[in-house]
Design a protein. Structure first.
Length: 145
């Protein structure tokens, strides 16, 4: 049977997970190219911490997570505060305007973005991004000035 890091390649995920998370085995795997010197008593991290750093680094390089779309950020802020779209009336405008903006039929204006930043402490750089749905921008009569 083929092996990788001393484990059978056909090992069940749970067994593989447990094996990798055992501190001694994780230290051996992560320091294999360094002669295992880091596994001595002076090693300041557990095997789990080393694996966590390695996985975080890999994910950041190969699967980066970009900032959210503006409407998703607004919806998240409302949800976290237990608020409904009605809370946006003083910020975006009437219920009709809120509906248009939240349904991506009308873009956020600079005034709306400023009020959203002040009221909900949302990052302005997230709110000024364009949405993936370009319906609002494809209709010239709906473009904010």
């Amino acid at each position: 049977m083929q092996q990788m890091h001393g484990l059978p390649l056909l090992a069940r995920p749970a067994a593989l997970h447990q094996e990798l998370l055992s501190g001694e085995r994780a230290c051996e795997i992560t320091t294999k190219g360094h002669g295992g010197h880091a596994c001595s008593a002076g090693w300041p991290w557990s095997g789990t911490e080393v694996l966590t750093v390695l996985v975080d680094d890999y994910e950041a390089k190969h699967h980066p997570i970009g900032p959210p779309e503006p409407i998703a950020a607004i919806e998240f802020a409302l949800e976290q505060r237990g608020l409904s779209r009605k809370a946006l009336e003083g910020v975006i405008g009437s219920s009709g305007r809120i509906s248009e903006v939240m349904n991506k039929q009308r873009p956020l204006t600079l005034a709306m973005i400023r009020k959203l930043v002040e009221t909900f402490e949302l990052p302005a750089d997230v709110l000024i991004r364009s949405t993936a749905d370009s319906r609002a921008l494809s209709n010239p009569s709906r473009v904010a000035v």
